[in-house]
Write a protein of this length. Structure first.
Length: 170
Protein backbone atom coordinates (compact mmCIF):
# COMPACT_ATOMS: atom_id res chain seq x y z
CA UNK A 1 0.00 0.00 0.00
CA UNK A 2 1.37 3.41 -0.92
CA UNK A 3 1.61 6.27 1.58
CA UNK A 4 -1.24 8.30 -0.01
CA UNK A 5 -3.47 5.19 -0.10
CA UNK A 6 -2.67 4.43 3.54
CA UNK A 7 -3.43 8.01 4.60
CA UNK A 8 -6.78 7.94 2.78
CA UNK A 9 -7.57 4.67 4.55
CA UNK A 10 -6.49 6.12 7.91
CA UNK A 11 -9.01 8.93 7.46
CA UNK A 12 -11.74 6.40 6.74
CA UNK A 13 -10.76 4.34 9.81
CA UNK A 14 -10.77 7.38 12.12
CA UNK A 15 -13.99 8.71 10.59
CA UNK A 16 -16.00 5.51 11.03
CA UNK A 17 -14.63 4.65 14.48
CA UNK A 18 -16.98 5.26 17.41
CA UNK A 19 -13.98 5.66 19.74
CA UNK A 20 -10.61 7.41 19.34
CA UNK A 21 -8.04 5.27 17.48
CA UNK A 22 -4.60 5.12 19.02
CA UNK A 23 -1.44 5.45 16.98
CA UNK A 24 -0.43 1.97 18.12
CA UNK A 25 -3.73 0.48 16.92
CA UNK A 26 -3.39 2.19 13.52
CA UNK A 27 0.24 1.06 13.27
CA UNK A 28 -0.78 -2.55 13.87
CA UNK A 29 -3.51 -2.35 11.20
CA UNK A 30 -0.99 -1.22 8.55
CA UNK A 31 2.03 -3.16 9.87
CA UNK A 32 4.10 0.00 10.24
CA UNK A 33 5.61 1.88 13.16
CA UNK A 34 3.68 4.31 15.32
CA UNK A 35 6.12 7.02 14.21
CA UNK A 36 4.98 6.56 10.59
CA UNK A 37 1.40 7.03 11.80
CA UNK A 38 2.43 10.27 13.54
CA UNK A 39 3.98 11.47 10.25
CA UNK A 40 0.86 10.42 8.30
CA UNK A 41 -1.35 12.35 10.73
CA UNK A 42 0.84 15.46 10.25
CA UNK A 43 0.51 15.15 6.46
CA UNK A 44 -3.25 14.69 6.71
CA UNK A 45 -3.51 17.79 8.88
CA UNK A 46 -1.53 19.71 6.25
CA UNK A 47 -4.08 18.57 3.67
CA UNK A 48 -6.91 20.15 5.67
CA UNK A 49 -8.17 17.35 7.92
CA UNK A 50 -8.97 18.53 11.44
CA UNK A 51 -7.52 15.58 13.35
CA UNK A 52 -7.39 15.91 17.11
CA UNK A 53 -4.96 13.96 19.27
CA UNK A 54 -6.47 12.87 22.56
CA UNK A 55 -4.92 10.80 25.34
CA UNK A 56 -6.91 7.83 23.99
CA UNK A 57 -6.14 8.33 20.27
CA UNK A 58 -7.05 10.26 17.17
CA UNK A 59 -10.47 11.63 16.30
CA UNK A 60 -11.66 13.57 13.28
CA UNK A 61 -13.13 16.88 14.36
CA UNK A 62 -14.56 17.96 11.02
CA UNK A 63 -14.91 16.86 7.44
CA UNK A 64 -12.02 17.58 5.12
CA UNK A 65 -12.25 20.20 2.42
CA UNK A 66 -13.34 19.01 -0.99
CA UNK A 67 -10.48 18.61 -3.47
CA UNK A 68 -10.12 17.97 -7.16
CA UNK A 69 -7.26 17.79 -9.66
CA UNK A 70 -7.64 19.81 -12.86
CA UNK A 71 -5.55 19.46 -16.00
CA UNK A 72 -5.06 22.89 -17.53
CA UNK A 73 -3.13 24.66 -20.24
CA UNK A 74 -2.52 28.39 -20.73
CA UNK A 75 0.19 30.88 -21.58
CA UNK A 76 2.45 32.71 -19.12
CA UNK A 77 0.38 35.84 -19.78
CA UNK A 78 -2.75 34.02 -18.59
CA UNK A 79 -1.18 32.65 -15.38
CA UNK A 80 -2.32 35.55 -13.18
CA UNK A 81 -5.85 35.35 -14.60
CA UNK A 82 -6.03 31.60 -13.90
CA UNK A 83 -4.85 31.89 -10.28
CA UNK A 84 -6.95 34.97 -9.43
CA UNK A 85 -10.06 33.38 -10.93
CA UNK A 86 -9.59 30.27 -8.78
CA UNK A 87 -9.05 32.15 -5.50
CA UNK A 88 -11.87 34.60 -6.29
CA UNK A 89 -14.27 31.65 -6.43
CA UNK A 90 -13.05 30.37 -3.05
CA UNK A 91 -10.48 27.82 -4.15
CA UNK A 92 -6.96 27.21 -2.88
CA UNK A 93 -4.34 26.15 -5.42
CA UNK A 94 -2.53 23.51 -3.36
CA UNK A 95 0.09 22.57 -5.93
CA UNK A 96 1.22 22.37 -9.52
CA UNK A 97 2.16 19.08 -11.15
CA UNK A 98 3.58 18.10 -14.53
CA UNK A 99 4.29 14.76 -16.12
CA UNK A 100 7.48 15.16 -18.11
CA UNK A 101 8.42 12.51 -20.67
CA UNK A 102 12.02 12.35 -19.43
CA UNK A 103 11.91 13.52 -15.80
CA UNK A 104 8.57 11.91 -14.88
CA UNK A 105 6.18 13.34 -12.31
CA UNK A 106 7.25 16.69 -10.85
CA UNK A 107 5.19 18.42 -8.18
CA UNK A 108 5.54 21.67 -6.23
CA UNK A 109 3.46 23.00 -3.34
CA UNK A 110 1.87 26.42 -3.92
CA UNK A 111 -0.86 26.92 -1.28
CA UNK A 112 -2.20 30.02 -3.03
CA UNK A 113 -5.49 31.06 -1.42
CA UNK A 114 -5.68 34.84 -1.90
CA UNK A 115 -4.95 37.58 -4.42
CA UNK A 116 -2.07 38.69 -2.19
CA UNK A 117 -0.44 35.27 -2.52
CA UNK A 118 -1.12 35.32 -6.27
CA UNK A 119 0.67 38.68 -6.46
CA UNK A 120 3.64 37.36 -4.46
CA UNK A 121 3.87 34.28 -6.69
CA UNK A 122 3.65 36.39 -9.85
CA UNK A 123 6.33 38.76 -8.52
CA UNK A 124 8.68 35.80 -7.98
CA UNK A 125 7.98 34.54 -11.51
CA UNK A 126 8.32 37.96 -13.16
CA UNK A 127 11.50 38.84 -11.24
CA UNK A 128 13.24 35.94 -12.93
CA UNK A 129 13.71 33.97 -9.71
CA UNK A 130 11.99 31.08 -11.42
CA UNK A 131 9.90 30.03 -14.39
CA UNK A 132 6.51 28.34 -14.26
CA UNK A 133 6.79 24.56 -14.10
CA UNK A 134 4.24 24.29 -16.91
CA UNK A 135 6.83 25.63 -19.35
CA UNK A 136 8.64 22.27 -19.50
CA UNK A 137 5.50 20.48 -20.76
CA UNK A 138 4.18 22.82 -23.47
CA UNK A 139 2.04 24.65 -20.88
CA UNK A 140 0.17 21.48 -19.82
CA UNK A 141 -0.02 21.03 -16.07
CA UNK A 142 -2.25 19.94 -13.20
CA UNK A 143 -3.44 21.73 -10.08
CA UNK A 144 -4.88 20.19 -6.95
CA UNK A 145 -7.55 22.64 -5.86
CA UNK A 146 -9.28 22.52 -2.50
CA UNK A 147 -12.45 24.33 -1.50
CA UNK A 148 -15.09 24.32 1.20
CA UNK A 149 -17.47 22.11 -0.81
CA UNK A 150 -17.93 20.27 -4.10
CA UNK A 151 -20.20 23.00 -5.48
CA UNK A 152 -17.31 25.48 -5.25
CA UNK A 153 -15.11 23.07 -7.21
CA UNK A 154 -17.89 22.73 -9.79
CA UNK A 155 -17.90 26.54 -10.22
CA UNK A 156 -14.11 26.55 -10.58
CA UNK A 157 -14.28 23.77 -13.18
CA UNK A 158 -16.94 25.68 -15.14
CA UNK A 159 -14.84 28.87 -15.01
CA UNK A 160 -11.71 27.03 -16.22
CA UNK A 161 -13.75 25.52 -19.06
CA UNK A 162 -15.28 28.92 -20.00
CA UNK A 163 -11.82 30.53 -20.11
CA UNK A 164 -10.57 27.56 -22.18
CA UNK A 165 -7.90 26.70 -19.61
CA UNK A 166 -9.37 23.30 -18.76
CA UNK A 167 -8.05 20.32 -20.70
CA UNK A 168 -10.81 17.75 -21.00
CA UNK A 169 -9.31 14.42 -19.94
CA UNK A 170 -10.62 11.48 -21.94
Amino acid sequence: MTGPDRREDIIQQVQKSAVPLSGSKLASIYHISRQVIVQDIALLRAEGYDIISTNRGYILNAVKFASRVFKVQHTDEQLNEELCSIVDLGGTVKNVMVNHRVYGHIEAELNIDSRRKVAEFMEDIQSGKSRPLKNITSNYHYHKIIADKEETLDMIEEMLRDKEFLVEVR
